[in-house]
Structure formats: C-alpha cells, structure tokens
Design a protein around this ligand. Structure first.
Ligand code: AHG
Ligand code: MN
Ligand code: MN
Length: 359
C-alpha cells in the first residue's frame, strides 16, 4: 500500500477550489456512481441482469436491463447533493427533475450511463460518459438549458469498465486518468496529463457501413488500407470494439483516429453518436489531451445543439489525421478533390463520380 498518492477526491477538491467548488462535490458523487456501476457490471452473468428489456429508449433502441439500472445508479447518487439543476441521459426521453425534497444548484449533468451496452453480454469493455454544464442561476432546468455548445462544458469524463476500472476526467486543464484500487475503493491518479500522440498508424471505423460513407471518408480509409503501396507509404492497423469509451481510451493511451462519420444509411440520422452525452464530452477530453475532434466540417465543440438527443458525425483522435480527413471534406465540398485530368481523356475522379450519392 502506497500512501500519499493523489486520490480523485484530493484532485477534484484542489482543481475546483474557488469558482467551481460545488462541482467538486458533484464529481465525487459521479465517481461513487461509477464505483457502483463497476461492481454491477463486474459481476457479469452472476448479477442476474444480463439481457434486454421489452422497452426501447427515445431513439428506438432496445434497452438492456443494465442500461436502465446504470441510469438509476447515476440518478440516485447525484440527485441529493444540491449542486444540480437537473440531469439528462440517453435513457430518458426528457430531462430529469430533481425531486422536491432536495435543494437545487446550477449545474447540469448529462450522461450515457452505459456506453457500448451491446458488449455487456459478451464481456467486452463498456463505459459511462458524462458532461457537466451550468446555468446562470440555481433552479429547475428547462430543456433549453441543456442545449449549449460543448465549448461551454465545465467538466467532462468517462469511466471504462475493463480489466481495470478507470475514470478519465477533465475540468478544463488537461485530461487525467485515475485507476480504481479495488482494495481501498479509491480512484488513484495514475495517468496525469495524458497527451494523444500526434502521429498514428491506427484507425477505427465500422467498415460494414463503407458504402454509405461520404467520398472524403471513403478516400481516407482507402488510403489507409492501401498502406505502403498507396500515397501514405506506410501500413496502417485497424481496430473496432463497438464501445466508444474503449476506442477513445485506446486513442488517449497510444494514438489513433476514431470515426463514426455521417452516412446515408438512414437520412434522418446525420451520424450514429449523440452530441450532448457522447461526442461533446469525448471531444473535450481529446482536445484537452492535445488531439482534435471534428464533424468533418468543423469542431464538434462548436456545434450548437437543437435537440437533447441529436446525433452528430464524429472524427476524433490524433491531430494530424483528423486534420487530414477535414481537409478531404473541404476538398470534396469545393470540388478540388478531382485530380487533374486531360479533357482528351474522359476520366473521372476516383472520389467524385457523376452518379455519387453525395452530389
Ligand atoms: P450505446 O451502447 O450507448 O448505444 O453506444 C454505442 C455506440 C458507441 O459506443 C459505439 O462506438 C457505436 O455505438 C457502435 O456502433 P455500431 O454497432 O454501429 O458499430
Ligand atoms: Mn453510447
Ligand atoms: Mn448507452
């Protein structure tokens, strides 16, 4: 046992002293919820909570028992302390009103209680993602209070429930990782000031959607796959875990790019991931670690939300790679991705064809 290591409580009290000291208490409650969820998902099939329910959430996705239970864990751990004006979650159609018996504060807590929940029954890493915003005064929040661009987040973080449980957090000055010491029950600062490596040779995308992607994403991925034989001149590796938390964690640890881009699979959905409780908190963590997070056509943190459950294209990770895919979007939008072709030859660009879905 080592004494004198930095616990999460010590870290947040020191980091939030002064302007956001009440938020420090809230973060400690979030960490308590995360420990409860870690114990629950760590039991696996022994918990008796595997499998799906008959219900669907507001996005029409089948809810798992664990989606609902982990949502409850966050509500119960965080509703009582007097720091919150309200909470919103992937699993609740409307924002949660703080019960009458508890005082109200000015912070808003938004979360995805169980990210990657399709992986929970197959014993692959899952997580919890959260974002903290604030309103000007204490009191019950309206839906409109939650619709703030990610740039206004005061704090963001995720927990990953893998071989070890970690909590990765930013309060606006760097991204820091804490590992749960299961014997003492403390989160210990083990990864101070995480930096995303700028160069990478690893990409993550669900390539079963390839035919629905826009040409700039098709171009980028085909260049990665061409490896040494293509214009990149170097071989790439690919990973897809289907838990955003696990993908982002890998990128924070060893670099890479993660993409869930816009696609034409369902025109009603401009992306798969949700802006307020998946894309924004991850974008803040990645930017605070020196990486970049984009929709392909601008910073994720600059997007003005219109809806609580709005979806957004997500490209995040090592800066050079994200900037490259952004450039491919610009070139596609301005038509300059067409290589020069002589009018004598009736050739067309590889990436922009006359019958493209995206013109
Ligand atoms: P959730 O389990 O909260 O609905 O989120 C799952 C998300 C994200 O974690 C992951 O990157 C993505 O969905 C996986 O999507 P595919 O199943 O399309 O690969
Ligand atoms: Mn999710
Ligand atoms: Mn979820």
């Amino acid at each position: 046992m080592q004494f004198g290591r930095t616990t999460l409580s010590k870290f947040v009290i020191e980091q939030t002293r002064g302007q956001h000291s009440e938020m420090g208490a809230l973060l400690i409650d979030v960490a308590a919820a995360v420990k409860t969820i870690s114990a629950l998902v760590g039991k696996g099939a022994l918990s008796g909570y595997s499998g799906a329910l008959d219900s669907t959430n507001v996005q029409g996705e089948v809810q798992k028992k664990l989606d609902v239970l982990t949502n409850e864990a966050l509500l119960r751990h965080c509703e009582w302390g007097g720091q919150l004006a309200g909470m919103a979650s992937e699993e609740m159609d409307e924002p949660y009103r703080i019960p009458d018996q508890y005082p109200r504060g000015r912070y808003l807590l938004i979360f995805d209680p169980l990210d990657g929940s399709s992986n929970s029954d197959v014993n692959v890493s899952v997580g919890t993602i959260f974002s903290i915003l604030q309103r000007e005064t204490a009191g019950d929040a309206e839906t409109a209070d939650y619709l703030q661009p990610g740039d206004r987040q005061i704090a963001a973080g995720y927990a990953i429930y893998g071989p070890s449980t970690m909590l990765v957090l930013t309060v606006g000055s760097g991204t820091h990782g804490f590992t749960l010491d299961r014997e003492s029950g403390n989160f210990i600062l083990t990864h101070a000031d995480i930096r995303v490596p700028e160069e990478t040779r690893e990409f993550a995308i669900n390539s079963s959607n390839e035919r629905f992607w826009e040409p700039p994403v098709q171009r980028y991925v085909s260049e990665c796959k061409a490896g040494k034989t293509g214009i990149r001149g170097v071989d790439f590796n690919m990973r897809w875990i289907a838990s955003m938390v696990a993908e982002v964690h890998r990128i924070l640890m060893r670099g890479g790019i993660f993409m869930y881009p816009k696609d034409s699979k369902d025109p009603a959905k401009p992306g798969r991931l949700r802006l307020l409780y998946e894309a924004n908190p991850m974008a803040m963590l990645i930017e605070q670690a020196g990486g970049a997070a984009s929709t392909g056509r601008g910073r994720i943190l600059g997007v003005a939300p219109e809806d609580l459950h709005q979806r957004v294209p997500v490209l995040l990770g090592s800066k050079q790679e994200v900037e490259r895919v952004e450039r491919y979007h610009q070139e596609y939008d301005s038509g300059t991705d067409r290589p020069f072709v002589s009018p004598l030859f009736a050739e067309r660009s590889l990436y922009r064809t006359e019958n493209s879905n995206f013109q």
